[in-house]
Design a protein. Structure first.
Length: 250
């Protein structure tokens, strides 16, 4: 019960600060920029490798099996489902969680142990405004940027595979791909990126601030944050997928 109350109080304070963040931008803008750079720029390499391999693997598998069935156009639908709508956003969220989410929990937890957060609050600086809100917003912005980057690299991987297998011109690939796209394929990844960023930033910051005075609590909280975020991400993506499919089926 106490944990639930702590979470509700934390969410209430976070929402209040999010809505009035623009009033404190002179304090936390630098933290936001640093968070975007740390989360986004330094995660480009794992995103590049995973997206390129996913796009190539999906294209190779689809080309191998669907061509034999005479369903070549479905290959592009498969690429859209895997790279853009479902698998791609989930992989991006997991990479950011494991790389940057744990860093947020560890950093805030260490600041709590070293009484740096107490010092900020003593000086009248809100830890929620200065530390948490920029990290949550930075996580959202980073996931939006990295989601677009993942899609681009995944499509490049798919095209390279197509060209290697069948020497398909880029114009043919692009036209068939755009013909298979619809509006939902564009806004669903954006929705997943925004909510995934909010979820990862909120949970990881919460566990970081919940660290007590013992340094051993920092890795314990980091493990809890990762476990809960993974389960929450899977649930979130599943719910969004079910809602989108139900709406498209109407």
């Amino acid at each position: 019960m106490k944990t639930t109350n702590h979470i509700l109080d934390y969410l209430d304070a976070l929402l209040r600060e999010l809505f009035k963040w623009h009033k404190n931008r002179h304090v936390s803008l630098l933290v936001l920029i640093n968070q975007v750079l740390f989360t986004g720029f330094e995660a480009l390499t794992p995103i590049l490798v995973s997206s390129f391999l996913l796009g190539g693997l999906v294209a190779y598998t689809g080309r191998t099996f669907l061509s034999d069935l005479g369903q070549n156009q479905l290959i592009y639908n498969l690429i859209i489902m895997a790279v853009i709508r479902d698998v791609g956003p989930l992989i991006t969220g997991l990479i950011i969680l494991l790389r940057s989410g744990t860093a947020i929990t560890t950093e805030l937890g260490s600041m709590r142990v070293n009484r740096e957060i107490d010092a900020l609050e003593t000086m009248g600086i809100s830890s929620m405004s200065y530390l948490v809100v920029p990290r949550v917003m930075g996580m959202v912005f980073s996931l939006l940027i990295l989601g677009a980057y993942f899609t681009l690299m995944g499509l490049i991987g798919a095209y390279v595979t197509f060209f290697w297998l069948a020497k398909i011109p880029f114009t043919d690939f692009f036209l068939r791909f755009t013909n298979a796209l619809n509006a939902a394929d564009l806004y669903i990844p954006l929705v997943k990126a925004v909510f995934s960023g909010l979820l990862i930033g909120t949970l990881c910051s919460f566990h970081g601030l919940r660290v007590g005075r013992a340094l051993t609590e920092v890795p314990q909280r980091a493990i809890k944050a990762v476990t809960q975020c993974v389960l929450a991400l899977l649930f979130l993506h599943g719910i969004i997928a079910l809602i989108s499919f139900s709406l498209e089926g109407v």
